[in-house]
Design a protein around this ligand. Structure first.
Ligand SMILES: *Cc1c(COP(=O)(O)O)cnc(C)c1O
Length: 436
């Protein structure tokens, strides 16, 4: 089942049981129930440090992309390593600050920020607003003026390169909604004076997600560097080059560029530039640092198919239904190698055909109450989860060297209706019906 070059280093079978950092995952399932996300402290730390040290040749800040996994304990863990944050909403900014991430290491991206969000970010003294339209620049300029503040801007340009990843997570082509075309960006810089309350300090690119080769980055960074040099020859100085996130990881048979290879391939372009570097990795740090534990509810056989129905669903982990993404799945108790395996679909209980985790997959024999681990679920797992079908969201647990810590309680039924209200007119109706 497990390859020799297993890619989730801090998760492995010990004997027949599957462990994370010396914690038996069966024990976590028993103690906290299922479905439950489990993250490795060591993996999270190591992934951050790997990238951090790969870019030692340049002054840099790693701004962890909070949207990949927003749990405040994870943010706190990374803050403790000196990590910054890339946020895309007021809510993420709130989390980042609550987790102790320094405001001068926070960058704020996104195509549409509200006035309240801009105000919050200005009052928090964040490092840069990554902005990507003239309309938004005008709004930030106005809000900054009202607060008597100056907003520092990293202009997101659209380098028009193909990241060769899933269409939904490609963001750097000219037909995508992201970024400003180079020609228009240049005009904005030339007329920067008309924005009295903005300081144009950086150039931002982010070309997509789950990118496995360095080539699209090299292409995009080269364009960004050429652009910065063009600005320089027009007496416009840029302090930050932000190359975004998107570094790919192994889900199945990918062989993504390693942090060192990635850093080395960009060195010729970044080295003499005289800019600080900002990186915004999300998946690279969290993706293979987490698994989703789920229990087999029952096995349903038809003539055509065998379905393994589990207690996690698309509301817990949306990636398969959203992107047709592949996740390796392992039983927590290893089956004998030559014990019968079958072709199965592994599906959740939600009323949608898109609610699946694996299709036509060879899988060892399992039965009701067996626990499975869905691998590589640390990024865009819990953070994309919802209450669809009125399913309480999963618990989250952090494992560290033989111990485990609950970092998010499982939601209850009461949590589901906490913010809902029955107006008086309906309450009366209810009484009337009750009298019948
Ligand atoms: C989503 C996003 C990231 C993180 O992407 P990963 O693929 O998880 O590394 C970084 N920057 C921006 C602007 C994003 O939208």
């Amino acid at each position: 089942m497990v390859r020799k070059d297993f890619f989730m280093h801090d998760f492995s079978y010990v004997g027949k049981s599957f462990y994370c950092e010396n914690v038996n995952l069966e024990k976590i399932a028993k103690r906290f129930g299922t479905p439950t996300y489990v993250y490795s402290y060591k993996t999270l730390t190591e992934h951050y440090l790997k990238l951090d040290s790969a870019f030692n040749y340049i002054n840099h800040t790693i701004c962890y992309s909070i949207k990949s996994n927003s749990n405040i304990a994870i943010c706190k863990l990374l803050a403790g390593q000196g990590c910054g944050a890339d946020v895309v909403s007021g809510g993420e900014l709130y989390r980042a600050i609550k987790a102790g991430i320094k405001p001068d290491k926070i960058v704020y991206a996104g195509v549409g920020k509200t006035e309240d969000e801009i105000k919050f970010a200005l009052l928090s003294n964040i490092l840069l607003f990554n902005s990507e339209s003239q309309a938004e620049l005008e709004l930030i300029n106005k809000v900054a003026g009202e607060l008597n503040k100056r907003a520092k801007i990293g202009l997101r340009i659209n380098p028009d390169v193909d990241a060769k990843t899933h269409a939904y997570i490609t963001t750097g082509k000219k037909e995508n909604k992201f970024g400003i075309p180079l020609g228009e960006a240049f005009e904005i810089y030339k007329k920067a004076d008309r924005y009295k309350n903005l300081e144009f300090r950086g150039i931002h690119i982010h070309i997509g997600s789950q990118i496995t080769s360095v080539q699209p980055y090299v292409e995009a960074v080269k364009k960004a560097v050429d652009f910065i040099n063009k600005l320089k020859s027009n007496e416009i100085k840029i302090d930050y080059i932000n190359i975004g996130g998107g570094l790919g990881i192994i889900y199945d048979k990918e062989s993504p560029a390693k942090a060192d290879e990635f850093a080395d391939s960009l060195k010729p372009f970044l080295k003499g530039l005289n800019c600080s570097l900002i990186l915004e990795p999300g998946r690279f740090i969290t993706g293979n640092a987490g698994v989703l534990l789920t229990k087999v509810l029952l096995v349903k056989k038809s003539i055509e198919k065998k379905f393994i129905i589990v207690d996690a669903a698309m509301n817990d982990l949306a990636r398969p239904s959203l992107y047709d993404a592949y996740h390796n799945i392992l039983p927590l108790v290893k089956s004998d190698e030559d014990k019968s395996s079958e072709i199965v679909d592994i599906v959740g209980p939600v009323c949608e055909s898109g609610d699946f985790f694996a299709k036509n997959r060879r899988f060892p024999f399992v039965e009701s109450n067996n626990i499975l681990a869905i691998l590589s679920a640390g990024a865009y797992g819990f953070s994309m989860s919802s209450n669809y079908n009125s399913r309480p969201r999963a618990a989250e647990v952090l494992a560290k060297n033989g111990r485990c810590y609950l970092i998010r309680k499982r939601e209850t039924y009461r949590d589901l209706i906490r913010n809902e209200k029955i107006p008086a007119i309906l309450a009366k109706l209810g009484r009337k019906n009750g009298k019948k």
